[in-house]
Design a protein. Sequence first.
Length: 98
Amino acid sequence: MKCSDFLKELSDYLDNTMDATTRADLEEHLQWCHNCYVVCNTTKSTIEIYRGSELYELPDELRGRLQTAIMSKCACHSQGKAEAPTNSATVAKADSEK
């Protein structure tokens, strides 16, 4: 399983609305993929913190930068490339170069 496949299924995984085979595949991926493990646990924690709170809609610019950063990490990981740490300055710089 690729990271991009995991990310496509993340919502259903967290909602526990998938078949047992797919869930087992995702959990196996989490065993060896640190990046997806961090994304999954961060998302879970965020949901728990904000459960019952008012929803906050992300600005389009921030949503785009976050999606670009996540997909960039997934692309590097799935191609076996070394990854440089991504921080907000790196994302902002990459965003401004587009």
